[in-house]
Design a protein around this ligand. Structure first.
Ligand code: NDP
Length: 333
């Protein structure tokens, strides 16, 4: 198993990634956090043997093969560049960066250094989403025409910090959630072309960034994808619908962090539930694909360039919401 260094004493590292690393037999060697006292407490709570406040010191360790970067979104860039320079493989949180130029520079730095870069979009590797892509590729819906993504959730109290309040850290629902939607719809439909959107602040909190957004993304071949992303909706089911000339797929509870949800296919033959084999922890899938890629076998679940393409959609949605005009999706490196 890989030996991991963690950059960022984050909620997601504690709640999802460390458990997934250990379940796969990977080890967690050290943590780098900007705060020494918090690093000590956090590492103690999660059984991480070494701590440092210096990224360089973490990256200089020879008992680390790869780093998992889960700092705030603005810091993914410097942390990934430093890891690449030190020859460590990288699993970076989404969104990769705050600008496309920054995100492409991360892809390029990892490529030049010969290290693997994976992006921690957990949804495309989910058994449900793999099954939906298989169905669409096999022609189960005919020619794809449209998708509707419901990804409106309630932001847990413990996460109501920089995500709502600090634009410099990459706050806002679009960077947080719309990029996940795009990781799913890009994998289904290929090339996103342009987006239109509206975004608002509707939570009962002081927010410096939008906490709810709806967008329409046009893919080439005339496919339209509609998204509803929010931090403000407590009781909605999440879901994905894919509509084509010959059939429709409705998948419920599939835009979540857990290996749950159902997939139904509706066509001329009627409606039926589709079997979803191979359900596994979504984060273990990402880690296992990354470990395999490090050994030269296969690609990360979401590669660096796929991560940039997801960011490109999110940034177009943000731009469209800001300007009130349709914004092009810029996929060029
Ligand atoms: P957190 O707010 O928990 O952590 C982010 C950073 O904030 C940490 O690196 C840490 O800095 C600092 N921090 C954490 N707790 C405190 C505290 N009590 N006081 C002061 N500073 C603190 O973020 P999340 O775990 O929610 O998100 C981290 C990244 O992971 C983001 O990029 C996010 O988009 C992504 N994410 C991805 C998910 C997925 O499913 N793929 C799900 C959730 C988040 P330091 O580095 O100094 O330790």
């Amino acid at each position: 198993g890989l030996r991991w260094g963690l950059i960022g004493a984050s909620d997601i590292a504690a709640t999802r990634m460390i458990p997934a690393m250990r379940a796969l037999g990977h080890s967690v060697t050290a943590l780098c956090s900007s705060s020494a006292p918090r690093a000590t407490v956090w590492a103690g709570a999660h059984g991480v043997p070494h701590t440092t406040t210096s990224v360089e010191e973490l990256l200089a360790r020879d008992d680390i093969d790869a780093v998992y970067i889960s700092t705030t979104n603005d810091l993914h860039l410097p942390h990934t560049l430093a890891a690449a320079a030190a020859g460590k493989h990288v699993l970076c949180e989404k969104p990769l960066a705050l600008s496309l130029a920054d995100a492409w520079s991360m892809v390029e730095a990892c490529r030049t250094a010969g290290v693997v870069l994976g992006v921690n979009h957990h949804l495309p590797g989910a058994a449900t989403h793999r099954r939906i892509r298989e169905l669409v590729a096999a022609g189960a819906v005919g020619r794809p025409l449209a998708a509707r993504v419901s990804h409106a959730v309630a932001l847990p109290e413990r996460l109501r910090g920089w995500r709502l309040r600090d634009p410099g850290s990459g706050a806002g629902v679009v960077l947080d959630i719309t990029c996940h939607d795009a990781s799913v719809t890009n994998a289904l439909f290929g090339t996103p072309v342009e987006a239109t959107a509206l975004a608002v602040r509707q939570g009962s909190w002081e927010a410096a960034a939008d906490d709810a957004a709806m967008s329409v993304i046009r893919y080439d071949d005339g496919v339209l994808a509609q998204t509803h992303d929010a931090f403000t909706v407590a009781h909605a089911r999440t879901g994905l619908e894919v509509h084509g000339t010959d059939g429709s797929i409705t998948a419920v509870d599939v835009m979540t962090q857990n290996p749950v949800g159902t997939v139904h296919l509706h066509d001329a033959a009627g409606s039926r539930e589709i079997d979803v084999p191979g359900r596994r922890d979504l984060y273990e899938v990402v880690l296992e694909d990354l470990a395999r890629a490090v050994c030269g076998a296969g690609e990360p679940t979401v590669t660096g360039s796929q991560g940039v393409h997801a960011l490109a959609v999110a940034l177009a949605v943000q731009e469209a919401a800001r300007t009130g005009r349709t914004a092009p999706v810029d996929l060029a490196p």
